[in-house]
Design a protein around this ligand. Structure first.
Ligand code: SF4
Length: 155
């Protein structure tokens, strides 16, 4: 049984106890976090970005975004264990987005339409020798943009 009406149960200057008023102990902080699929992808692909363009039907743009991190989507779309899908939040609702399948599709699309990487706008005339034309060698070229003014030669 209350001794006094609710409206007068809060004594003045008790906002700290009552958790009311304008006081605070924390301030909001902007924290940059990757989506779980991006965070999981060993190639660090900007997955939600290229999925957006793929969903829009702009496959070339999607491929260009994808290949900024991974130059071999047709291969990775087949051999990768696609751990990104295991982290997809959509899986909590029904099933994960088929990221790996879309990646394979975009890689195949680029091959069928002869899409190629853009050449550097200026060239130094120097050459860089890369031994091995496997995924590591090809990735080497793209991972070092400061090399691109030179002409990489892959053996
Ligand atoms: S399937 Fe593609 S996006 Fe997913 S983890 Fe592998 S490389 Fe990354």
């Amino acid at each position: 049984m209350m001794n006094k009406a609710f409206a007068v149960t809060l004594d003045p200057a008790t906002s700290l106890q009552n958790h009311t008023g304008s006081w605070r102990t924390l301030r909001p902080v902007n924290v940059f976090k990757l989506p779980p699929c991006n965070n999981q992808c060993p190639a660090g692909e900007n997955i939600q970005q290229w999925l957006f363009y793929a969903a829009e039907g702009d496959y070339e743009h999607a491929w260009r975004i994808l290949t900024e991190e991974n130059p071999l989507p047709a291969c990775m779309g087949r051999v990768c264990y696609h751990t990104c899908e295991g982290k997809c939040n959509r899986g909590f609702l029904d099933e994960s987005v088929g990221i790996n399948s879309v990646e394979r599709f975009l890689g195949d699309y680029a091959l069928e339409h002869n899409l190629s990487f853009k050449r550097p706008t200026r060239e130094t005339g120097k050459k860089i020798l890369i031994v091995g034309a496997g995924p590591a060698g090809i990735y080497c070229v793209l991972a070092c943009p400061e090399w691109l003014p030179s002409m990489p030669v892959i053996f």
